[in-house]
Design a protein around this ligand. Sequence first.
Ligand code: SIN
Ligand code: FE2
Length: 223
Amino acid sequence: MARPHHPDLFGPDAPAPPLPNGFGLWRGALDRLDQLALLDDIREILTLAPAYRPTMRNGTAMVNHLTNCGPLGWTSDRQGYRYVDRHPLTDRPWPAIPRRLLAVADTFTRALGVVGYEPDACLVNLYAADGRLSLHQDYDEVDFKWPIVSVSLGASCRFVLGGLSRKDPTMRFDLHSGDVVCLHGESRKRFHGVAKVDAGTNALSHPALDPWVRINLTLRRAR
Ligand code: SIN
Ligand code: FE2
């Protein structure tokens, strides 16, 4: 695993500096072998906890399929957004968070000065070529002192980072396969989303990516 380094503020797709306090971006944090190893883990997770497409409170289906690993998993249905300890379709507990993913979370939260991060939930977001994620806050966790850690695999995407109010201005920059992002401190409750995925940029060939083009893992401390 690559050692944490300062965000690449000067690369072609880099956001204009400065990045907001508490927002960590480590470009190329995971090399190709790390990424393929994580995809092996995701393939196993998908076998035990199949991808599904949740509905929102109003009954409309979400754009992306998802699954989870960890003691808790994030889901949505007519009762709203929440964490549950079982897959809603199989009624089985979610598979464990892969050890190497816990190691990534530990490394990059330490880089932000966080000690003792023990994520209990990991959302696996599966993006098809037309996948996207509307602007939202991660707001269903109990204690916002713990960061969110996100790992991107597969195709690049246009990431949107806003402020603490939905109306605040947003900045846009690309996330690539192997990038790690943390939302922490002043940035923990920033609005964020994915405007679009650039399907043609996926350079990884792995069965876990079929039929998806991009997979994002977000680790959280939910309770
Ligand atoms: C999320 O906010 O849950 C996922 C963000 C991403 O896919 O990069
Ligand atoms: Fe999010």
